[in-house]
Write a protein that binds this ligand. Structure first.
Ligand code: GUN
Ligand code: ZN
Length: 431
């Protein structure tokens, strides 16, 4: 048995399926050798309960659940901050050429470990990842994820049109390569999973979408990840390319790609029918505010999703997104709602970054908060290292306020350590 002690932040289940923000100063977390949480509570009590446990003390620090990034592109990590384009121009000018480059094995071997290190340095312990359309890139990405100890749901991008030839795969080849990756990786260590990944419907023929729908019937536990209703030009393109579909969402729905295992990124321009269908199908929405601001895509209507009780998680969407940090991304999510004359409270923000992500990944029984039986995935933030944050934390009476302040003060140097499956990964190891 192992213990960490310090100030614990957690989302605790309460009545009516809601979660409350809980702070335990002088708290502790205990987990067993399999990496599963055994108890959370006052440190004194846990020390008594587990007198033989090895304890690590973290004074001046917050221990909170590892974040879950539900939308990020590995092969775009070197293209954060490419100037002057909106979605379709940006894809053509910067991203497609980069995804070709990032399919070279030597480059992937170099950058895949850095990708997972960067996630961990920012307190992210689980993520839903787009690879490139290349099978060996995806294989190497899985290998790096396995080595790093994180939870990762990864998909080889499927597309058979609208991009340069080296990125396209026929439905037959795409299916064969996907099946090989599924058989090898899906469910490995209960931490690595495969995601069917049609890039977005304009880049996928009916035949390819149909093939992916069939694959999902064969492997219903697979996550499906894609893009949806991000940009007005993209909406026009979808209308032109799918004249017989009811709307954008229907281009996925008609091929059996919409359901409780589907995670759609963006959804800024969802229509009332689409919101209804998202709610009825129990699909998930990954909100990517830094990406939406960077590309000028639009301001996400969070309220419309909340009204329909659609699960909304957070995504960094690197490389359209401007940061690997979910902390920074939550800060942007808050500011996007201010621009809409709306609001997100701190508890909701923490839930977007943790439990909502766990639901999106279909891993709510394993991840998202400190409940007995879940994986010991957490980050430790030392607020005393940064004098302005220290002053704020020490003067604030309210735990939610302290969490909220952290969104705007977070820097990687505050991260003391991160634990994935109960295994400690120090900052030093990641740098
Ligand atoms: N739509 C299709 N592909 C992409 C992508 O790579 N990034 C974003 N933000 N939107 C997309
Ligand atoms: Zn994306």
């Amino acid at each position: 048995m192992q213990l960490v002690s310090g100030t614990i932040w957690n989302l605790k289940p309460s009545h009516s399926n809601r979660f409350v923000f809980e702070e335990l100063s002088d708290g502790a977390l205990a987990w067993d050798s399999s990496g599963k949480i055994q108890a959370v509570g006052p440190a004194k009590l846990l020390r008594k309960k587990y007198p033989k446990a090895r304890e690590e003390k973290y004074p001046n620090s917050i221990i909170l659940p590892g974040f879950i990034d539900t939308h990020i592109h590995f092969p775009q990590m070197r293209r954060i901050g490419c100037h002057g384009e909106s979605l379709l121009g940006w894809l053509n000018k910067y991203i497609f050429p980069e995804e070709i480059e990032m399919s070279q094995k030597s480059i992937v071997r170099q950058f895949a470990p850095l990708f997972f290190n960067e996630l961990l340095l920012n307190g992210t312990t689980a993520s839903l990842i787009f690879s490139s359309s290349d099978a060996s890139t995806t294989e190497l990405l899985f290998q790096a994820a396995e080595k790093s100890g994180v939870t990762a749901v990864i998909g080889k991008v499927s597309m058979d049109r609208l991009a340069p030839k080296p990125l396209l795969r026929t439905p037959k080849r795409d299916r064969e390569e996907s099946v090989e990756l599924i058989k090898k990786w899906h469910g490995r260590h209960k931490r690595l999973f495969y995601a069917l990944t049609p890039r977005f419907s304009p880049a996928c023929s009916d035949n390819l979408m149909h093939t992916l729908g069939e694959l999902h019937q064969e492997y219903p536990s697979l996550t499906i990840q894609t893009h949806f209703a991000e940009n007005l030009e993209e909406l026009q393109l979808v209308k032109k390319m799918f004249p017989r579909s009811k709307d954008y969402l229907h281009t996925y729905e008609q091929f059996g790609l919409l359901g409780a295992r589907t995670v759609l990124a963006h959804g800024i321009y969802a229509t009332p029918r689409e919101l209804d269908r998202l709610a009825n199908s129990k699909a998930h929405l990954a909100h990517c505010p830094t990406s939406n601001l960077f590309l000028g895509s639009g301001l996400f209507p969070l309220g419309a999703y909340q009204d329909q009780k659609i699960n909304v998680s957070i995504g960094t969407d690197v490389g359209a997104g401007t940061s690997f940090s979910v902390w920074n991304t939550l800060a942007a999510a808050y500011q996007v709602q201010r621009l809409r004359k709306s609001d997100i409270d701190p508890t909701q923000l923490l839930e977007m970054a943790t439990l909502a992500g766990a639901r999106a990944l279909g891993l709510e029984d394993q991840l998202g908060n400190f409940e007995v039986g879940k994986s010991a995935d957490f980050q430790i933030i030392d607020w005393s290292k940064q004098p302005i944050l220290k002053a704020r934390i020490e003067s604030s009476q309210d735990a939610e306020d302290r969490f909220f302040a952290c969104l705007f003060h977070f820097e990687k140097s505050l991260l003391q350590a991160v634990f994935a499956g109960g295994k400690k990964i120090t900052r030093r190891k990641l740098l």
